[in-house]
Every structure is written in C-alpha cells, then in structure tokens.
Write a protein that binds this ligand. Structure first.
Ligand SMILES: [Zn+2]
Length: 386
C-alpha cells in the first residue's frame, strides 16, 4: 500500500547513483545516438506482458517518452540536479510547498513576486533541438506519446499534434483554489504589474540590463538573477511582503462568497477563498487522479519507454518507469548524471551483448544526441514516413 505522502510530488534528496552506461558503445554522443536509434527501431519485445485491466497495448512497436527538466536546459532554464542545476548551485533553494501556499498570504506574496520576475524569461524562451527532434521522431512514427514532468509548455509548442501529458501541470495558466477556474498566466502578469508598479519598473530595468534576457545561465547569475525550473527567480533580500496579487475575478464577483479586494484590486487578507495558484502541481500537492491514470494509460499503450533528461527523482515519474519495467517494456534512459533506481530498471540488460534493442543507458545531453538519432533513422530509411 502506498501512503498518501508517496503519491504527492516531493523533492527526492537522497544521493543518486553514478550513471550506468549500456551498451558500452553508448559512452559518446554518436555511440549513444546509435544505441537509441537501435532501441527505437527494434521489434517489440517478446517479453511484453499484456496489461491488466482495460488498457490495451495499442502500439507495441512505438515508444512512450518521459521527459524532465534536463531537456529544457538548452532553452535557458535551469534544471534541478544537473551541474548547473538549482539544487546543485543553490544549496539553500527550497521550492514552495502546496500547504504553505494555500495557508499563508506572506508565502503567496513571495511566490508571486518571484514568479512575476521569472515569467518574462520563461515566456520568451523557446523549445530547443530536443523538442524539435521529438517532433521528427513522432513524424517518423516512432513515438506513441509524451509524458512530461516539465511545466514550461515547450512540448505543445514544438509538436502540437503529438499527444503530451503534463504530469505536473503547466505555468501558462493560473487556477482558482475555490472555483477551479483557469486564467491565462499572461493576463495575470499584466494584473501583477498594475498592482506592483515598483516591482514592474525593477523588472523593466532587469530586462533592459539583459540580466533576464541572456540565454547564458552564467551571465544571468553574474547579474544576480536566476530562473528556476518552476519559472521563478531568486532575489536575495527582496521586500516580498510589499508584493500584491489579485483575487479570482469569478469569486470576487460572487456575492455569496466572502472574497474581497482593496481599492486597487489586490486580494484582501480577510477574504475567505478566491486565491489563484499557478496551474502546476506544487511540491506536497497530489497529482489529479485523472492525470495519473492517463499517464499509466500512455505507458500501457506503448511497447517501450525512453526517459529523456530526468533523474526520476519525483516519485510520480519513477513509478511510471517501474510500471513499464513490471510490464516487461524495454527501458532507455538518456540523462546527464545518475538516475534514481537505474540499477534495478536496467539489471536485466546490463552486461548483455545488445546494441540497444533491450535497453539503453547513456549520460549525454539530449539536445546533442536526439537530432543525431533522427538523422540516423532517416539515413537508414527507418520509420513510416522516411
Ligand atoms: Zn474562483
């Protein structure tokens, strides 16, 4: 039995094991690309178990992709645990927890102030070579769907026709904790700017100085600003308590609710509800049951799983790979650095002579390797549209 805590999104703090490499030739980017290409183009595994329940393995020849923060680093966003990751560089960084956000007005001010500063960078950043390669692989007929832990909406932008399940929600909207109405984050940004003119001019200056504009995380850090994977910015000693945020317009207009705003339209602390939250699954918050089962469905309808840029540190992602393993699906992992539980995921294939048919593990960057995989598969005439 799982405890309720284990179903929540929680940071994983134990050390990760050193990366395994399999097959041995996958220790360079071209070698990894060859192994991943073999993995994707192989016949379905004879060990694939039928799925219990109602789901059917609709596409045993296709691969479901599970992506994490590592694939968005090339778009200028930090990841959590990479060499320039938020947890690696900033030991004191602590993401906001759901319970804190829902209960504490001060915590919300701090969250929204940081989010206000980080939004422009996130909003201007674009999908990168990894996302483009995923679109190509889908076009070639190798991918059944994508499950992502990322909240940056890059997958939808890069491949709108390939099904993407956003396991941890998305930053492009806010959601009301009382009435569950969603609003575009863009419009919310304008409301935040109007309510916080001093912060808005600080942001303007920061944007003008290119501190937020640069794609180079080192330069950005040198200018004292850092965008975290959840789209916010670190600003030591900022007067967060001065920040103001608006209530849900729908709840504010409902006379039956005690949701109030001050003269400027900022959420009044004596309100009961009408609080807007980013439409992401915060740490300590449970994933919606329908999202959880859709993710399981996405795993069950594919014949193999390829993890891209994730250390599987969150339980929800780790569980999906375990599910794939329990079903006898070949597992591929392309991630710089260690991955939680990788010895057990790959124990059956490590040491075998496979060229990648039964499993791949490489510690290389996806934006380097995945376009090479596409090129290889195309030149070999593999795939349905080649
Ligand atoms: Zn509402």
């Amino acid at each position: 039995m799982q405890t309720p805590l284990r179903r929540m999104r929680i940071p994983y703090t134990s050390p990760l094991p050193p990366p395994l490499i399999h097959p041995r030739s996958a220790n360079t980017a071209p070698g990894a690309a060859a192994a991943v290409a073999t993995f994707l183009a192989s016949a379905p595994s004879p060990h694939l178990q039928p799925t219990p329940g109602t789901y059917k393995t609709i596409s045993p020849q296709k691969t479901v992709l599970l992506t994490g923060a590592g694939i968005s680093v090339a778009s200028g966003l930090a990841d959590y645990r990479g060499t320039a990751g938020t947890y690696t560089l900033n030991k004191t960084y602590r993401p906001i927890y759901y319970a804190e956000f829902t209960a504490n007005h001060e915590a919300r001010k701090r969250y929204w102030a940081r989010s206000f500063l980080g939004w422009t960078t996130l909003h201007r950043s674009r999908p990168n070579a990894t996302h483009a390669a995923i679109a190509d692989l889908a076009e070639l007929g190798f991918v059944s769907s994508v499950i992502t832990q990322n909240v940056d909406s890059f997958h939808r932008a890069a491949h709108p026709h390939l099904s993407t399940l956003e396991l941890h929600g998305y930053l492009r909207a806010t959601v009301c904790l009382t009435c569950r109405t969603e609003y575009p984050r863009d419009q919310f940004q304008e409301r935040l700017a109007a309510l916080n003119p001093a912060w808005a001019s600080f942001l303007e200056d920061a944007l003008e100085s290119d501190a937020l504009e640069t794609e180079n995380p080192d330069e950005r850090r040198a200018k004292g600003l850092r965008t975290n994977p959840d789209g916010d910015v670190d600003l030591p000693d900022a007067p967060y308590s001065t920040f103001r945020y608006p209530p849900c317009p729908h709840c504010l207009a409902d006379p039956a609710l005690k949701v109030e705003a001050d003269a400027d339209g900022a959420w009044a602390p004596y309100s009961e509800g009408g609080v807007l939250k980013p439409a992401v699954v915060m740490f300590g918050e449970s994933i919606k049951p329908e999202v959880k089962s859709a993710a399981e469905h996405a795993v069950d309808e594919a014949g193999r799983i390829l993890v891209l840029g994730s250390s599987l540190a969150t339980y929800s992602a780790w569980r999906l790979v375990k599910r794939a393993r329990d079903r006898g699906m070949p597992i591929g992992v392309l991630n710089l650095g260690g991955v939680r539980g990788e010895e057990s995921f790959l124990e059956d294939v490590i040491g075998t002579g496979s060229r990648g048919e039964t499993g791949v593990r490489a510690s290389e960057s996806t934006e380097k390797v995945l376009p090479m995989v596409v090129q290889r598969l195309r030149s070999e005439g593999k795939g349905s549209h080649s």
